[in-house]
Design a protein around this ligand. Structure first.
Ligand code: EPS
Length: 373
């Protein structure tokens, strides 16, 4: 595993830190680039009051000189504007959050202790760190984007023809949804959920284009790229399911309609006209766009709370109400992009293994020339 990321920080601590180890020397990184992705994570119709307070910005603490990496760990800091030293204890766990399981596991009698680190606020650090990996991939023409395909039970169905148009339509939407009509219906669902004191989940699609064939391997279970990507996306707060390509649809079709036939011509060499596999075969990229979906459950902080039990008195008492969002599905797409970037950049470095950008470019070009051969 050449590339690794660790984060530190709590939701209402001083700030969040991401440390990324294994970036090669000579990668140009502009802090504005990290800030742009941090802002994308903050946006989205249905977000709550916290996002009005925070202005997430990256401060690069180490690993860069003159705007390029020096093969040292890069650490990035995102300050929390809303930080608090001590708060009164919270003893009414919210069903679905880390409150009860964290308190049971770590012998806490105040659910603030588990909730602070378990909070999805940590995804700001992931986006800051993951954007470094995304920068690396971009140098090799690999682009990653996401869009919302379902929210509050409303499916997006009308998509632009090209990936470029899909990406720009998603970026132009405050729900990160390329289907304008569906987005309008999603917003109505969000408004209604807000009125009810309820929350909504949904599904995001993450797409990586320009991925060369040959990243990942079938050799061991823990090196198969589909498994590694699924783990990375599943690790995002509230993500409860991941699909690669048309997974759940092709499960119901015969093999003759489930696979992508292999074709060849001089110009395109080996290629496929469908992409049901989502760009992965046998845990290896096949050169087609990588397409994954991640299902996010509704946020577990409800203004109209579910039944719960006070962990000190053991009396029935509704789950705690703390400030939260009605939905964060659009933000989850940005976080999934960051996590997919990390895993992809890691397998990229495995394949073209080197610790200097210029050497990686040479190795990559040699490989691509062989494939074109
Ligand atoms: C946040 C994600 C959510 C927000 C959090 C900010 O995390 P959680 O998993 O705790 O619901 O609720 O904001 C707060 C905790 C708050 O005080 O409003 C994020 O994505 O930054």
């Amino acid at each position: 595993m050449p590339l690794r990321m660790l984060t530190a920080g709590e939701s209402h601590g001083r700030g969040l830190v991401a440390t990324v180890e294994g970036l090669p020397a000579g990668l140009t990184v502009d802090v504005d680039y990290l800030d742009r992705h941090l802002s994308r994570r903050q946006a989205g119709y249905g977000r709550g009051g916290r996002m009005q307070i925070e202005r997430d910005r990256a401060e690069i603490l180490s690993g860069l000189m003159g705007g390029t990496t020096i093969a040292a760990p890069v650490s990035v800091l995102v300050w929390n504007r809303d930080w608090r030293l001590e708060e009164p204890p919270l003893t009414r766990p919210r069903p679905g959050h880390a409150d009860l399981v964290g308190a049971q596991k770590y012998r806490f009698d105040d659910v603030r202790r588990p909730l602070e680190r378990a909070s999805a606020r940590e995804t700001a650090a992931r986006v800051a760190g993951g954007s470094l990996a995304r920068r690396l991939l971009e140098d090799f023409g690999i682009r990653i984007f996401s869009h919302v395909v379902q929210l509050g039970g409303v499916d997006a169905t009308m998509f632009p023809d090209s990936f470029e148009a899909l990406e720009s339509a998603a970026e132009a939407s405050d729900l990160r949804c390329a289907d304008v009509d569906a987005a309008a219906r999603m917003k109505r669902e969000i408004d209604a959920a807000k009125t009810r004191g309820d929350t909504l989940g949904g599904v995001v699609e993450v797409i990586a284009i320009g991925v060369p064939p040959g990243l990942g391997t079938y050799v061991h279970w823990d090196r198969r790229l589909d498994g590694r990507l699924a783990q990375a996306l599943m690790s995002v707060h509230a993500i409860k399911g991941v699909a690669v390509g048309d997974a759940f649809r092709i499960a119901a079709t015969p093999g003759s309609a489930a696979h992508d036939e292999i074709l060849y011509d001089d110009q395109r060499t080996f290629h496929r006209e469908t992409n049901r596999a989502g760009g992965l075969e046998a845990g290896i990229t096949n050169g087609m766009p990588l397409v994954m979906r991640a299902a996010m459950k509704p946020i577990s902080t409800l203004r109209n709370p579910l039944r719960s039990v006070d962990i000190r008195t053991k009396e029935d008492s509704p789950g705690a109400i703390v400030r939260s969002d009605v939905t964060a599905v659009p933000a989850a797409g940005v976080v999934c992009e960051a996590m997919a970037s990390l895993v992809l950049a890691d397998t990229f470095l495995e394949k073209f293994g080197a610790d200097v950008m210029a050497d990686i470019h040479e190795s990559y070009e040699r490989y691509m020339t062989r494939l074109r051969g």
